[in-house]
Design a protein around this ligand. Structure first.
Ligand code: SAM
Length: 476
């Protein structure tokens, strides 16, 4: 039996010649323990040996998407609480047994390999018999346990209860669709670098290699199959970036209709929270596509992540249009000199947030966040908005965005900001973009929307003369 491919790739195609399942399970269980201790899955995966990573990642991601179910099942099956490593392995095995087809192993193999994984480790071998009994009981009582799962919101939706309740309050009509989309798998979404190649020509290149894709946004393509992006045509030449379709809204939204204050000078744009540079690159690509020259200052507080901006801009051949600085965007005095006395035509504030909109790509996020994080991040977001606003010229635009569906990080921010800034006007009605899940298995049929994107919020503000009184956000 072979393991599923990495869940982030969105495919359940089998990975050939994968290492033993028990080894993958052991590693995935260590990963789950680390996530439960507060580490991001991405950070954990980076440390894993390349040979084990695809299979173990697939098991971990599947486990994270079904962790609520697994925990409820474990409570039913385990008479005592196992140690952290054993519990993680038991939960991963239960998640896999819950949907064996999705994981690609039969029941016998899963039970056998989970028990082997415990036997092979000195500190867990004593509990192998206990786990064996739990898993075999699950197989015997599967039908009855399904009824238990159906009664539990945690098991049914695989999100923490506080998260489910927040969505129920904020989206009474859509909360179930949001949770369902969160539990889906994101397709591979590309943004074509139109300074290098047109979308049509790139699509033709993909088709020549037998790959199907369909257009999204102005320059995006959704691929119907999961592939290693480094193997796609033109990766090294910078022909494309990987970027969710929702994130591809930012650059056109900020730049369309925006003119430089001095028509003989380039557009002066700040990307305040820029790493790893996805939207920075798109801002440059889009400005050039609409015939605008651009000078972008990209800031990020995280030096290592700033390196990623450099790498990405270099691969995309866009570095000549940008300056990258490690800086806290809120500490304006520390980096303002890089503006050389100019005020900004546009600001992109892609603020740090809970990431509640990108759960399908990052299935660990729902388990990592705590309810109190929402208010703390909302405070930071409002602080950054206030600090950056004075740098914008009159008639200039600030695009505030987050990859969150929580109102506190989107519409409430706009409402608060507009109530306190008489010189701000909302250009677009305020609306959260809820995650939309469209099956990536095949292209949309004629007349069908192939719309598939993460959840996000965009609020586009324009600086006015500010003679009126500050008012409420009209659509919040
Ligand atoms: C949502 S991510 C940005 C994603 C990026 N715009 C893109 O499209 O690739 C938020 C970023 O904000 C950065 N950040 C957090 N607080 C910051 C601050 N005070 N100043 C500058 N950057 C900050 C984080 O390091 C993180 O890289």
């Amino acid at each position: 039996m072979n393991a599923i491919s990495p869940a982030s790739s969105g495919s359940s195609a089998a990975v050939r010649s994968s290492p033993a399942l028990w080894q993958q399970l052991q590693l995935a269980a260590q990963g789950l323990r680390a996530v439960r201790a507060g580490q991001s899955a991405r950070a954990v995966l980076q440390l894993w040996p390349a040979s084990l990573r695809p299979g173990a990642q697939a098991l971990l991601y599947h486990g994270l998407r079904h962790l609520g179910t697994a925990q409820v099942l474990r409570e039913q099956l385990a008479t005592r609480k196992p140690s952290a490593q054993v519990d993680a392995l038991l939960c991963l095995a239960l998640a896999a047994l819950w949907q064996p087809d999705a994981v690609g192993y039969d029941d016998f193999t899963l039970v056998n390999q989970a028990v082997t994984a415990l036997r092979k480790q000195r500190d867990t071998q004593a509990q192998a018999g206990f786990v064996n009994a739990c898993l075999r009981r699950f197989l015997r009582e599967r039908t009855a346990l399904q009824a238990v799962v159906a009664q539990s919101p945690l098991a049914q939706w695989n999100h923490p209860l506080w998260w489910i309740e927040k969505l129920q309050r904020q989206y009474p009509a859509q909360w179930q669709a949001v949770l369902e989309a969160n539990n889906g798998r994101a397709p591979l979404s590309l943004r074509i670098n139109t300074t290098q190649i047109s979308r049509g020509d790139y699509l033709a290149q993909l088709q020549e290699q037998g790959m199907a894709a369909w257009p999204v946004q102005g320059s995006g393509l959704l691929l119907t199959q999961a592939v290693d992006v480094r193997q796609l045509p033109g990766y090294a030449q910078g022909w494309f970036s990987v970027q969710d379709a929702g994130a591809q809204t930012a650059a056109p939204l900020l730049l369309e209709g925006l003119q430089a204050e001095d028509p003989s000078a380039p557009l002066r744009i700040l990307d305040a929270c820029a790493a790893p540079g996805g939207k920075s690159a798109h801002l440059i690509e889009h400005a050039l596509a609409i015939g605008q020259s651009i000078r972008l200052l990209a800031l990020d507080v995280d030096a290592a992540r700033c390196e990623r901006i450099h790498e990405n801009l270099q691969r995309l051949r866009l570095q000549a249009h940008a300056q990258v600085q490690v800086a806290d965007a809120g500490q304006v005095a520390q980096w303002q000199a890089h503006l050389q006395g100019h005020r900004l035509d546009g600001i992109l504030l892609d603020a740090p947030c809970t990431a509640s909109g990108i759960v399908r790509r990052h299935p660990d996020v729902r388990w990592l966040r705590r309810p109190e994080d929402v208010a703390a991040l909302a405070k930071t977001q409002q602080y950054l908005l206030r600090q950056l606003w004075p740098l914008l010229r009159e008639g200039g635009r600030l695009l505030y965005c987050t990859c969150s569906v929580f109102h506190e990080e989107g519409q409430d921010q706009m409402q608060q900001f507009l109530a306190q800034h008489a010189n701000a006007r909302l250009v677009h009605p305020v609306q959260h973009g809820l995650p939309r899940y469209f099956s990536a298995v095949q292209a949309p049929a004629a007349g069908e929307s192939g719309d598939d994107h993460d959840g996000f919020f965009y609020g586009l503000l324009e600086k006015t003369t500010g003679t009126g009184t500050a008012g409420d956000c009209p659509d919040a």
